[in-house]
Design a protein around this ligand. Structure first.
Ligand SMILES: Cc1ncc(COP(=O)(O)O)c(C=O)c1O
Length: 415
């Protein structure tokens, strides 16, 4: 067991109610056989770096880029080492410089403010509303007053704000949107894929995402200058001809002498693992959303638990579920303890100290300036989070609901 515990403690003595879950919610799906065979062949060849100095044909990442762009309907896609790398490259390619301000979501994960810090910029946090979405009034206020030129919008945990409204506000102030789609691969707003509403979309292929190569990221854009810079920054060693999706030579001529190589490429091996998974996104999405609906039904039977209704335009892909527990922090700590004693590990965005993947803006001490977000803390303080692996059954969901109901009732009794 790792010390920064991400799975429940095994109960030495069962609780009197006999409720015990005990499954590891962090268990990913196995890598598909076709991907394993492709990866083994790749390893036999020894050619794991995407840019070869000799040989013919296009490398696996170029094929992945072509397939993913076709899936989204995007003009360009650049495969990189992580979503964090994609966000950093996007900011740099849009001209964000040290000291610039970048708007971003308060409800997000540490790699998002991390990408802004990596670019030397200052994150200006936008409030999160009670539905876990971008607070539109705060966005309107800050696009007008902050001086930022870019909004790095995080569709955190798959919650998608009204993108038409967000875009209208940003467009009216000339703000460019970069979408963090680490949790929305395959998701759409009003029939249009997330990641295609702004100028750049950034995706993750890290193990706990919709497709898995351990590490990996994809950057999509329709903009030829962003695409050429992203290829150069990711570290193509001037072998941009090995990309199937690339701007013209004239565009590379504009950028090739002035663009640093940040060496954030995707390897052939990662791309070989990912390519067969793109075709599985729709089926995985259906299964995830079925689990979400079942858990939503069961969790909301518990006292003090609520889950925001989702807009009909939001075609989300739920690889996790969040709920609000309307209790005080000490009661929530008790609730989590009671869940843990029954073998159910739940994460809390109001956690006093950062744990496992969960942290909040109060833990990011490198942020410059005091965040001006009086309302988000109340939302995060009551926000709980469960991974939903595709292996969860109907019975599992019912049991999780019973444990949450029991733990909530026990927590309500705590002063
Ligand atoms: C909301 C969000 N954005 C971005 C990322 C960054 O993804 P990566 O780990 O591929 O850098 C993550 C990673 O978990 C995330 O949860």
């Amino acid at each position: 067991m790792f010390s920064n515990v991400t799975t429940p403690s095994s109960a030495a003595t069962p609780e009197p109610d006999g409720l015990w879950f005990g499954k590891d919610l962090s268990q990913p799906e196995p890598i598909p056989q076709e991907a394993i065979e492709r990866a083994v062949a790749m390893m036999r060849s020894g050619r794991l770096h995407r840019y070869g100095e000799q040989g013919s044909g296009y490398p696996e990442p170029s094929l992945l880029e072509q397939e993913y762009a076709a899936y989204l309907g995007s003009r360009y896609c650049v495969a990189v080492s992580s979503c964090g790398a994609a966000m950093f490259i996007a900011l740099k390619a849009l001209g964000v410089k040290a000291g610039d301000k970048v708007l971003t979501s308060t409800f997000t994960l540490s790699p998002v403010p991390g990408a802004i810090a990596h670019a030397g910029a200052e994150a200006i946090l936008i409030e999160t509303d009670a539905d876990y979405l971008t607070d539109m009034a705060d966005l309107e206020r800050k696009v007008a007053s902050s001086g930022a030129k870019v909004f790095l919008l995080s569709h955190m945990r798959g919650h998608i704000a009204d993108l038409r409204a967000v875009k209208a506000v940003c467009d009216s102030y000339g703000i460019t949107i970069v979408e963090d789609c680490a949790h929305t691969m395959g998701a759409k707003w009003d029939g249009k894929h997330t990641g295609t509403w702004g100028k750049v979309g950034c995706y993750s292929a890290q193990t706990y995402k919709h497709i898995n190569s351990g590490e990996g990221g994809l950057l999509v854009t329709d903009d030829e200058d962003v695409a050429a810079q992203a290829i150069l920054m990711s570290g193509c060693y001037m072998m941009y001809d090995q990309h199937l999706l690339k701007p013209s030579t004239a565009v590379f001529e504009r950028w090739k002498y002035v663009t640093p190589n940040f060496s954030m490429r995707m390897s052939n091996l990662a791309a070989a693992l990912l390519r067969p998974q793109i075709g599985m996104l729709a089926e995985r999405g259906r299964r995830w959303n079925h689990i979400y609906a079942t858990l939503e039904r069961e969790l909301t039977k518990a006292e003090r638990v609520s889950i925001p209704a989702r807009d009909a335009k939001e075609e989300f892909v739920a690889s996790s579920i969040q709920f609000t527990l309307d209790l005080k922090p000490q009661q929530i700590a008790h609730f989590l303890k009671q869940c843990d004693l029954r073998g159910l590990y739940i994460k809390w965005f109001g956690t006093p100290a950062p744990v496992a993947f969960t942290s909040n803006y109060e833990h990011w001490h490198y942020l410059t300036g005091k965040p001006d977000i009086p309302n988000s803390k109340a939302v995060l303080d009551q926000l709980l989070d469960l991974r939903t692996p595709l292996s969860l059954t109907e019975e599992d969901c019912v049991l999780i609901g019973k444990i949450v109901s029991t733990a909530s009732a026990l927590a309500c009794a705590v002063a």
